[in-house]
Design a protein around this ligand. Structure first.
Ligand code: IVH
Length: 710
């Protein structure tokens, strides 16, 4: 769609002729996006950008009411229904909601309600507050308790008959139970997909070579709009009720009262709904949902407030396409568009080449983002991402920014498909995609074959070696490793421990103290920190070696099984010698938690003479302590613990390792078997579940006290 110079001007600056042209352009553009969103479930711009188009249309129409077009987007909600499903006329139109973005907008909303109803400036206005589910709206008709029809919103007046599909959704009751169910009632609510189900569905789609969905909402829409209901039945769609349309009678005279009745009838309601009695309470709810958002397990894009008294709702009525008695308070956009300036290739510790997007900085969800992960070359090809493209960036919660897709209409002329380099950018060695022996398929990751000669891999291995869960040397972080490597001071792990001694032998002007940013105090501290790490536990030591496929847990399993480094090394060397058919191989393979991938990787590591030499050098410098099992009894021995939320003093992995050392089991989810839930800040659904099940909840401090760390 072409942008004209008028499209850059503020609504207040347009001449009448420009306004007319602009409204025509906006009508076309919004219709285009509506069709992509509603019919093809494949939007190409973020919601915030779409909202901005509608807002611009509305503000021009406010200035030039005479120019409002018959086909203006302000007169329509969504897109007309597609032809293939039967049509259903909504007895009561399915409307949309006005938006509030700032806290002032919420205060304005309440003030407007008071004014409209002629209430005093401080009169109490109770409102229900509930999450705004990012799915698709649905209308369910019940006659004599029985579910008889389901319809989508369509254009608000007429929707699609999706009864057969909705009948397959388990959370939609077939029969309403309990007292006070009216003869006919049309229940309205949202159909959505949970994150976990979305991920699973996409993985299945990808494996089957079928369409992968951009987000849970599109996946839910695509699943509901299947002409074959047996396909819908296989998609775990969910439902929350939040309102009603036509009804022969209502069970209460407040919104919250009707919700209560709904609950008794067996309709699923969002458990987070709350009745608020003041603007402060409303805003507290909004902030609370903002922090819970990332851990809910499904997408919400804001919260919705509804005036609780139904007689007031009646009096307030509607204005254009939205009720005066309700408003959506949106979260800051988590998506934005920006330009992809370049694609950088980063080389990891195991040689994996990872493409990273360099972006024109853009604010997403309140944070400036200038880079994003691109995962691998297949992902780039699948999304057809090209340098110069305008891309949609998403940042949800504390997740690393992702590129969701490109805005095809904004692609610069001549932009070429991205081609992953076939040589390592750091050492020039071949970079290849290995073939998985078992599946015969190409690995998605391209790897540098430079191994020990690749400086990028060497640096990453050293960074891993000194990291928190490995040698954890204070004052020796990623920055220092980069610097010391480039200056030839540290090339392999053993060099760390000979740094002080070699430094003392250098001409005075070359010594570390002379370097910018390294006063004598800090150098002294660094050397001391290094010395303090000359003794190390076997599990940490194995982990520090950075052998492929040997993470923290596997390193522990190996340490537990072998007890000393000498035994471990002897077993690995015997497996190198004997190969895959040897007893030595089987001995390692038989260890609980260890599989062939790990044994093969050990063989690759111990089969490499350079590694053995480096290891020998290292062992001259450090002492590897025998692995000690957890103390026989600690206050948490055999207890099951779940960590949730953000911890202040420990990282999650540290907390986990520490608990395990003390003999506790660490679980990922809360159940009847859980003994303690340790909740950091922003704890979400796990905390709620613990409270529900009456499980002991500890703060981080209380936990540390319990295990005697404070
Ligand atoms: S009430 C007339 N409550 O948001 C008022 N809507 O932007 C009807 N939505 O079309 C809407 N969660 O599909 C309401 N708790 C909630 C909601 C909700 C999601 C959707 C709904 C509606 C859209 C409006």
């Amino acid at each position: 769609m072409k942008a004209t110079s008028a499209s850059k001007k503020h609504a207040d600056e347009l001449t009448e002729a420009e306004a007319k042209a602009e409204l025509a352009r906006l009508a076309r553009e919004i219709a285009h996006h509506d069709a992509l969103y509603y019919r093809q479930d494949a939007p190409e711009i973020p919601d915030a950008e779409y909202d901005a188009l509608r807002e611009r249309n509305a503000s021009i129409e406010r200035r030039f009411p005479a120019l409002v077009r018959a086909d203006s987007p302000s007169r329509r909600v969504g897109a007309p229904p597609v032809e293939t499903f039967g049509k259903v006329r909504h007895a009561v139109p399915m409307l949309s909601l006005g938006n509030a973005f700032a806290e002032e907008d919420v205060a304005d909303f309440i003030a407007r309600v008071r004014r409209f109803l002629g209430l005093g400036e401080h009169a109490g206005v109770d409102v229900t507050a509930e999450p705004k589910i990012d799915g698709l709206s649905i209308s369910l008709t019940y006659e004599n308790r029985r579910f008889v029809q389901a319809a989508t919103r369509g254009d608000g007046t007429e929707g699609e008959n999706v009864t057969a599909n909705v009948a397959t959704i388990r959370q939609v009751p077939q029969i309403l139970k309990g007292k006070g169910v009216p003869d006919t009632i049309e229940v309205r609510g949202e159909i959505y997909l949970a994150h976990a189900d979305f991920e699973k569905l996409n993985a299945e789609q990808a494996a089957a070579g079928a369409k992968v969905f951009a987000n849970p909402r599109n996946a839910a829409a695509g699943s509901l709009r299947q002409l074959d209901p047996s396909i819908t039945a296989r998609r775990p769609l969910r439902f929350f009720a939040y309102g009603w349309g036509a009804a022969s009678a209502l069970p209460a005279d407040t919104q919250s009262g009707v919700y209560e009745a709904f609950r008794h009838w067996g309709l699923p309601l969002n458990p987070l709904m709350r009745l608020c009695r003041s603007t402060e309470e409303i805003l507290a709810f909004y902030r609370e949902m903002g922090t819970k958002r990332a851990s809910l397990g499904y997408d919400i894009d804001g919260v919705v407030y509804k005036v609780n008294r139904l007689d007031w709702q009646e009096r307030l009525g509607f204005v254009s396409r939205a009720p005066r008695w309700a408003i959506a308070h949106k979260f800051p956009a988590e998506e934005a568009t920006t330009r992809l300036l370049d694609i950088d290739i980063q080389v990891g510790r195991t040689g994996a080449l990872t493409p990273a997007a360099k972006l024109e900085p853009v604010t997403v969800g309140g944070v400036v983002v200038s880079s994003a992960t691109l995962h691998n070359e297949d992902e780039i090809a699948r999304k057809d991402i090209r340098i110069g493209d305008t891309v949609i960036v998403r940042r949800a919660g504390d997740v690393i920014p992702q590129i969701m897709g490109v805005v095809a209409s904004k692609r610069p002329k001549g932009a070429r498909p991205f081609r992953m380099p076939h040589v390592c950018p750091a050492c020039g060695s071949q970079a290849i995609r290995e073939i998985d022996e078992k599946t015969g398929r190409e690995d998605v990751v391209r790897r540098c074959t430079g191994g020990l000669i690749c400086p990028a891999q060497a640096k990453e291995r050293l960074k891993h070696f000194v990291s928190r869960l490995a040698f954890d040397i204070e004052g020796l972080g990623e920055k220092q490793i980069e610097l010391f490597y480039d200056e030839d001071r540290i090339r392999q792990p053993a060099d760390i421990f000979t740094l002080a001694e070699r430094d003392a032998r250098l001409p005075a002007s070359d010594r570390l103290v002379e370097k910018k940013g390294f006063g004598s105090k800090s150098v002294e501290k660094l050397f001391k920190a290094i010395d303090e790490r000359r003794r190390i536990g076997l599990d940490r030591f194995i982990y520090a070696l950075g052998i492929r496929h040997i993470g923290e847990t596997t390193a522990r399993d190996l340490a537990k099984a072998f007890g000393t480094f000498a035994t471990f090394r002897a077993a690995a060397l015997a497996a190198v010698k004997g190969g895959r058919d040897s007893d030595a191989y089987r001995e390692i393979d038989n260890i609980e938690g260890i599989g062939e991938t790990v044994v093969d990787s050990l063989i690759a590591f111990f089969g490499e003479p350079h590694n053995l030499k480096a290891l020998e050098g290292l062992l001259e410098q450090v002492t590897v302590e025998r692995f000690v099992r957890a103390a026989a009894v600690s206050p948490v021995t055999d207890k099951t613990v779940v960590f949730t939320g953000t911890l202040e003093r420990l990282t999650r992995s540290e907390a986990k390792a520490q608990a395990e050392r003390l003999g506790a089991k660490v679980a990922g989810s809360v159940s009847g078997k859980t003994d303690y839930v340790v909740a950091g800040s922003d704890a979400g659904s796990k905390l709620a579940k613990a409270r529900e099940l009456g499980i002991a909840v500890l703060s981080e401090d209380e936990w540390l006290k319990l295990i005697g760390e404070r």
